[in-house]
Design a protein around this ligand. Sequence first.
Ligand SMILES: [Zn+2]
Length: 446
Amino acid sequence: MATVKTMHIGLDDTDSPRKGCTTYIAALLVEKLRKLGAEFIDYPNLIRLNPNVPWKTRGNGALCLRIKYDEKLEGEIKETVISAVEEYADLEFKGTDPGVVFFERKRIPREVKLFSKNAITGIVKLKDALKLLKKFKAEAIGFKRCRGIIGGLAAVGETLRGDHTYEILTYRIPENYGSKRKVDEESIIKMDEATAPYTFNNFDLEKRRVLITPRGPDPILFGIRGETPEIVKKAFQMVKPLEPVERWVIFRTNQGTDAHLKKVKNLKEIKPYNPVIAKGTVAANPRIILRRHVIFSIEDKSARVDCAAYEPTGSLRKAARRLMVGDRVEVYGGVRAPSKSNPLTINLEKIRVLKLAQKIVYQNPKCPNCGKRLKSMGKDKGFRCEKCGSRYPNLDKIEVKIKRELKKGLYITSPRSQRHLTKPFRRYGLEKRKASVRLIEGWHFP
Ligand SMILES: [Zn+2]
């Protein structure tokens, strides 16, 4: 009798800015492990971790493969995974420190889930990962400085029970790595129209720019994000690649869910590198600095922080520029540590304008005699009319309420500058409360 076991395989930090992609290793392993006889119990999970970790420059994505298998296959499965990492990770690159985690349990313990939450919303330490691995008798293989073990375990622990999305990723043949990606633009625009709002971040209408193709030397040809496995597959079938596709896989992911953002009760709680949602009142009018960045300050009873909207964040930046002292806002974004020249700063991904302050200007009154706008005779000295010569020592300036150019509501960075985790407009109202995972027919090729 065969004994069926469950294993969660976490992978992270195999790529470098010059080569590779951990999702590609996962895609290869889907083919290899299924050939061996392993059965997938979920789509490969692509878990984006805190994008504001200072030593992580790329998308900060970790992977988890969740499988059932005959106990006899265990050795072969592990060997297959390790040799794929050895073969495809950019091990010569300084700063690429791959990690693999084999977690052989059916259920993921609460502590490991909590570790993942912390890796997505904050900073976690290798030491803490190693402690958990030991406690739950999980196996981990670290290369070089082993940092990848952190992401590997974090991917294992994020089971995506709440809100989640899908992405179908397609890969190029190695001969084409590094060259310009060839995908028919018209077909992408048509696909976007046909599948909206159930796919997102396909095409930037404002700048007429394709968003589904990455720019680097990595093996990805394009990726389409959406709400269900069916819709991303349908969208994929509508897009015309103009170069060969080596393979494709549907991933389940926390992309587009705002999973990195954590609400703070007061501004004093904001810590560097921990992405936040915070409320405050605008305390200093927006100012424009270097290359048109917009900076403003917010405060509450506990503290005051700066908020920055950078080019090219489009409509968000425009909204930020129109804020004024007294406006009540909720801000969303990553937190930059204070430096010599700058205080603690929230790099904005979104602003929600909750309440607009009344904008008032004071004007000289009009002449009661002839209607011409009066001239001031100096502070507290009243007014005189240049047209008819009348003098009015007892008149005061009048209050005029000015219509604000800004409306209440939510402003989000434009799709081209959104983080992988940023929830785009299209997803509002489509959030999932529960996961019911079923693998569709044909969720990967080959
Ligand atoms: Zn007059």
